[in-house]
Design a protein around this ligand. Structure first.
Ligand code: MV4
Length: 517
């Protein structure tokens, strides 16, 4: 067909695990790849994995991964016909999408107009109102008059939530429980929004108590077909950063799933959506759902959807960008089993999830049936403070939720990391917590249930392993220092010697034995 534009070479305007994830699909499709990299990423995995790699600037992303001109110039120099933005960085920047278009380069994503409309939360609310997508009661337009706004808030009924029009991800949000606090909260929220986004516009919504975060994956082609690929449950998060996601949600009935899926499709249709996108909803205790926002990009947690549908979302993004109609219909799609993703960050869950940058002295991820690891780092990599401190995404699949959880616990136990703290013990805590296993949790899970001291208590078996490892470690050192017989390679008492031995030992303590070091 004449409306198919073949993509031969893709520039990936991103780094880390998502750059690699995108390259893998490109490679399978026979599409050449161009990586871009900053000073800090000179030796990064994504740079070595690409067919070509181009240095684009300094370590801060404002000097490299966020520089539109530099990225477009690189695309032209290398003859790339398309740019995949991944997530974060320029992925939801409508000016960047428009600049690609103007330069004759395919932006792998929706139109600049759709990105812009969904980026402005009040514009998105207006579209949802028109499309008949349920929303929490609230204002459609941004607040112009504080006194009028207070009257509106009283009409909605407290508690209300003041949100930034340019927001998303929780910045500039204020809960107000009493009228007497409204005006000061309005001022604070607006000031925060101005400093965070350069746009102080705010609006009001009824505050939904203890909601669940349920989002629908959308896929739309350029021929008017829009499908949903079911939901992801993303309620386990801290400070608006998701840590555990799963598909399907354990609380949706087939009827509610169908209703939410249809609402998500209407939401996508309202902005002429093309490509892969996500419609986020809040689900309240009475199973009412409300549109929250639409993310116009591939999401971090897309692997759980791939797990239950068998569909490669990046491949679909590329096919849609080439102009192909979707090759399947809504009726062809079915949920197969259950999939869970744990985000493994270099952060200390015992210490308020404080980022713990440093060198990855050991990185030995799990494998086996039903285990997927998406990582952008390897042993020896530096986890810097310049970027997101993610080490990997660990995703399991099982025929049902219990099996996916059991497999996740096994995989977390198999995972060895040394040199930096990790969220592995936290993820294990979640997998074993009754609130999680029973499915009775909300977005307040971490505040309600997480007690760092309950994380990862030593089992008797661990204690024994630790004691043996410690004895061997001391023994190994004595050999190295010439106090005993020369150590024979592969001897019964040999453990990894040299610089890797202390690293592995500390990983054992960190991942399996607690957080005291
Ligand atoms: C809400 C809400 C309750 N009621 N809106 C948080 C991020 C931003 N995208 C919107 N958010 C929320 N909006 C109403 N009307 C609660 C949150 C919220 C939240 C949502 C999803 C996942 C985690 C959350 C944590 C705190 C607050």
């Amino acid at each position: 067909m004449s409306d198919i534009r073949r993509i031969r070479k893709v520039l990936i305007a991103n780094r880390g695990e998502i750059a690699i994830r995108i390259m893998r699909s490109c490679q399978e499709m026979g599409i050449a790849t161009v990586a871009v990299f900053s000073d800090a990423d000179r030796t990064a995995l994504h740079v070595r994995m690409a067919d070509e790699s181009v240095h684009i600037g300094g370590s801060p992303s404002s000097e490299s991964y966020l520089v539109t001109e530099r990225i477009l110039a690189t695309a032209k120099e290398t003859g790339a016909d398309a740019i995949h933005p991944g997530y974060g960085f320029l992925s939801e920047n409508y000016r960047f999408a428009a600049a690609c278009e103007d330069a004759g380069i395919i932006f792998i994503g929706p139109t600049p107009e759709a990105i812009e409309a969904m980026g402005d939360k009040t514009a998105a609310r207006a579209l949802m109102e028109e499309a008949g997508v349920p929303m929490a009661p609230g204002t459609i337009d941004a607040i112009s008059d504080p006194d009028e706004a207070e009257t509106t808030a009283a009409g909605i009924g407290y508690p209300v939530l003041i949100k930034a029009a340019a927001g998303g991800g929780g910045k500039g949000m204020r809960i107000v429980r009493k009228a007497e606090n409204f005006q000061s909260a309005l001022e604070t929220a607006s000031r925060e929004a101005t400093s965070a986004f350069g746009d102080g516009r705010v609006f009001i919504e009824k505050y939904i108590e203890q909601p669940r975060h349920i989002e629908f994956q959308i896929l739309a082609d350029t021929h008017g077909t829009i499908l949903h690929l079911f939901e992801r449950e993303c309620s386990i998060q801290r400070r608006h950063q998701k840590v555990v996601e799963e598909a399907p949600s354990s609380v949706l009935t087939p009827a509610l799933r169908a209703a939410m899926g249809e609402a998500a499709i209407r939401a996508a249709r309202s902005c002429g959506y093309v490509g892969a996108g996500t419609v986020e909803f809040l689900l309240d205790k009475d199973m009412n759902f409300y549109f929250m926002e639409m993310n116009t990009r591939l999401q971090v947690e897309h692997p759980v959807t791939e797990g239950i549908t068998g569909i490669d979302l990046v491949e679909q993004q590329l096919l849609v960008a080439e102009g192909h109609p979707l090759a399947f219909s809504q009726d062809d799609l079915a949920i197969s089993g259950h999939s869970i993703e744990c985000r493994i960050y270099a952060e200390d869950p015992a210490n308020g999830f404080l980022p713990g940058p440093g060198r990855l002295l050991a990185h030995d991820p799990p494998s086996g049936f039903g285990v997927r690891v998406d990582s952008g780092v390897e042993e020896g990599s530096d986890i810097s403070l310049f970027y997101d401190p993610m080490i990997s995404k660990l995703t399991t699949w099982g025929p049902n939720r219990e099996a996916a959880i059991a497999r996740m616990i096994r995989a977390l136990d198999e995972y060895e990391v040394a040199g930096v703290p990790t969220t592995i013990p936290f993820c294990r805590f979640v997998m074993e917590h009754e609130a999680f296993t029973s499915g009775h949790f909300s977005t307040h899970f971490v505040d309600d249930h997480f007690r760092p001291e309950e994380m990862n208590a030593l089992t008797a078996e661990d204690e024994e392993t630790l004691a043996i490892a410690a004895a061997l470690f001391v023994d190994g050192h004595r050999h190295e220092q010439g106090h005993g017989p020369a150590s024979s390679a592969g001897g019964a008492s040999s453990i990894p010697t040299g610089s890797s031995a202390p690293a592995r030992f500390s990983s054992w303590r960190r991942n399996r034995g607690g957080l005291t070091d």
